[in-house]
Design a binder for this molecule. Structure first.
Ligand code: S3P
Length: 174
């Protein structure tokens, strides 16, 4: 059985998972319910850098963005942020960030199904990694990218599937 309080006892909580898996939504929900501060890592990075994520990709390429992502993640850890952090989809897959997060808090992987992810992302115009793919080309791209990233996501301390995520959001998990 899923006991939410057990998952939340070592802060910070890092919500990880693919784009469109619901990290920000669940993070905000849990933060409100358990009276914890919440940070969306992308929004935090954009604020610190005074640029949108798309601008950071355009200016520095994905490699430059990953460096900044690692830097800001480390900063939050060094500052001992005690709350919930919704990471970007790629955060655990670069610079051994997954080990950093596992050492310094609790990692929860939202293992949302690929079809749910695809439905949410097929018309997305914000995320730089998707801009080169038309809606119909997105399913194979997303499927392959998710496959590549699963070895990182699966290192999380907790893994929640669609059903468990829905139970939490419907207030039915203890
Ligand atoms: C990315 C996911 C995005 C954002 C950036 C790269 C990825 O975050 O960090 O566009 O590599 O999967 P979300 O997962 O919040 O969309």
């Amino acid at each position: 059985m899923l006991v939410i309080e057990d998952m939340l006892c070592r802060l910070p909580i890092f919500l990880i998972g693919f784009m469109g898996s619901g990290k920000s939504f669940l993070g905000q929900y849990l933060a409100e319910k358990y009276h914890l501060p919440f940070i969306d890592l992308d929004i935090y990075i954009a604020k610190q850098e005074q640029k949108t994520i798309a601008q950071l990709f355009a200016l520095y390429g994905e490699d430059g963005f990953r460096q900044k992502e690692n830097y800001h993640l480390q900063t939050l850890i060094t500052k001992s942020f005690e709350g919930i952090i919704a990471c970007g989809g790629g955060t655990p897959c670069f610079y051994d960030n997954i080990t950093l997060m596992n050492k310094n808090g609790t990692t929860i992987f939202l293992n949302t199904s690929i079809m749910t992810i695809y439905e949410r992302l097929q018309h997305d115009t914000i995320r730089p990694l998707l801009t080169n793919y038309t809606a119909s080309a997105r399913l194979p791209f997303l499927t392959q990218k998710l496959e590549e990233r699963l070895p990182y996501y699966n290192q999380a301390q907790y893994i929640l599937d669609d059903e468990q995520i829905n139970l939490i959001l419907q207030n039915n998990a203890s």
